[in-house]
Design a protein around this ligand. Structure first.
Ligand SMILES: *Cc1c(COP(=O)(O)O)cnc(C)c1O
Length: 360
C-alpha cells in the first residue's frame, strides 16, 4: 500500500514533508527528551514554538500590527455561536450573506443571540453564484456583516473582498485561508477551522482587529470571551498543543514554497487545469457560475448517477481518494487545497478522461 492523492474536503491532506517531519520528531521534540504532545504549554520550549507559529502566520498573511492572532478550539462551528456572543447584544441586527451551506449554518447559530438579517442570498439559484454586491441589503447599524469567502460544499468562492463600509466585516475562511494573498485589513475578523488548509482538526485560527475586542461583554464567561483569550495569548486554558505544533510546521512549509503568492499561482494552475478539462469534456459538469468557481473545492457530476459508484471505486483503485461529493449535492467533489500538488490534479484529469472514454 502507498499514500494516494487525497481529495478529501476535510480533514484534508497535509503536506507529506510536514507529516514526515512530525513522524521523525514524534518521540523526542527539539531536545526536550519528550514528545511535543507531552510537555507543558507554559514551558519555554512550547511558548517559543507558539510564538514562532504566530510570527510565521503574520508574515505569510502580512497581518497588520493592530490585529491579534488567536489559536483556539471548538471548530469553526463553535465560533458561529461565539462570534455573536462576543460582538452583539440580544436584539441587535447582524447581517449575513448566504452563499451556501456553511453561511446558512453560521446564520442559524446566530439566530438565538441576535436579530439575524439575510442581507443577500443565492439560495434561489441553488447557491451557484455570489450575489452581486449592489443588490445587498445591508443595515448600516448592524453589529457586523458575515460572509463565507469559500463555500466548501458547493465550491463557490468570492474572488474579491466586498466593501461593506464602516460595519465590521467577518469572514469564515476555513477552506481558503493561505491559498492566496489576502488583504487582512479589509476584515475586522477572520476565522478558520484548521483541518482544510492549516493542520489537524480541533484548532481554530482567528485574526481579529483589536478595537473589535473592546466590544466583548465583561459578563461573558471567560472561556467564551475572545478578549480574555487574546489577553492570555490563547493560553487561558490548555490549548491544542499538537494542532498548534503542526500548524507551525505547515506555516514553515508554506514559507519554503515561496509563501502565499507562490501558492496562489500553483492553486490557480490546478483549478484551471481541472475546470478546463471538465468544461471541455462534454461529459462532466460543474454547476457553478465561472466567475464564482472555487480554487479549493471543485464539485462535478457525471452524465448519469449510476456511474457514480463505478467512478469512485475505480478512482480509489487508481490511488485517487475521497472524491465522493457532499450528501447535500451528490456527484463528486475534488478538494485541491495547498497540500495537493499539480501532479495529483493531473492524475485526476487523466483518470477522468479515461473513465469518460470507457463509459461514454
Ligand atoms: C469545514 C468548515 C466549517 C466547519 O468546521 P468545523 O471545524 O467542523 O466546525 C465551517 N465553515 C467552513 C467554510 C468549512 O469549510
Amino acid at each position: 500500500m502507498s499514500r494516494g492523492y487525497n481529495f478529501s474536503a476535510g480533514p484534508a491532506a497535509l503536506p507529506e514533508e510536514v507529516l514526515r517531519q512530525a513522524q521523525a520528531e514524534l518521540l523526542e521534540w527539539d531536545g526536550v527528551r519528550a514528545s511535543v504532545m507531552e510537555i507543558s504549554h507554559r514551558g519555554k520550549p512550547f511558548i517559543a514554538l507558539a510564538e514562532q507559529a504566530e510570527r510565521d502566520l503574520r508574515e505569510l498573511l502580512a497581518v497588520p500590527s493592530n490585529y491579534k492572532v488567536l489559536f483556539l478550539q471548538g471548530g469553526a462551528t463553535q465560533h458561529f455561536a461565539q462570534i455573536p456572543l462576543n460582538f452583539t447584544r440580544r436584539g441587535q441586527a447582524v447581517d449575513y450573506v448566504l452563499t451556501g451551506d456553511w453561511s446558512e449554518k453560521a446564520a442559524r447559530e446566530a439566530g438565538p443571540l441576535a436579530d439575524v438579517r439575510i442581507a443577500a442570498s443565492s439560495a434561489a439559484t441553488n447557491y451557484d453564484r455570489i450575489p452581486a454586491r449592489d443588490g445587498w441589503d445591508l443595515d448600516p447599524n448592524a453589529a457586523y456583516v458575515h460572509v463565507t469567502p469559500n463555500e466548501t460544499i458547493r465550491g463557490v468562492e468570492f474572488h474579491d473582498i466586498p466593501d461593506v463600509g464602516a460595519v465590521p466585516l467577518i469572514g469564515d475562511v476555513s477552506s481558503t485561508i493561505l491559498s492566496r494573498p489576502l488583504d487582512v485589513s479589509k476584515y475586522a475578523l477572520l476565522y478558520a477551522g484548521a483541518q482544510k488548509n492549516i493542520g489537524p482538526s480541533g484548532l481554530v485560527v482567528m485574526i481579529v482587529r483589536e478595537d473589535l475586542l473592546e466590544r466583548c461583554p465583561k459578563d461573558l464567561p471567560k472561556i467564551f470571551n475572545y478578549a480574555e483569550h487574546a489577553a492570555q495569548d490563547s493560553m487561558l486554558n490548555t490549548p491544542n498543543t499538537w494542532g498548534w505544533y503542526l500548524a507551525g510546521l505547515v506555516f514553515q512549509w508554506l514559507k519554503r514554497q515561496g509563501g502565499v503568492a507562490a501558492m496562489a499561482a500553483r492553486n490557480r494552475a490546478k483549478a484551471e487545469l481541472l475546470y478546463g478539462y471538465i468544461d471541455g469534456s462534454g461529459y462532466y459538469r460543474n454547476p457553478v457560475e465561472p466567475s464564482a468557481r472555487s480554487w479549493m473545492n471543485v464539485p462535478f457530476t457525471l452524465p448519469r448517477e449510476d456511474l457514480d459508484a463505478p467512478f469512485l471505486k475505480e478512482a480509489e483503485a487508481a490511488g485517487l481518494l475521497a472524491l465522493k461529493g457532499h450528501r447535500a449535492v451528490g456527484g463528486m467533489r475534488a478538494s485541491i487545497y495547498n497540500a495537493m500538488p499539480l501532479e495529483g490534479v493531473q492524475a485526476l484529469v487523466d483518470f477522468m478522461r479515461d473513465f469518460a472514454r470507457r463509459n461514454g
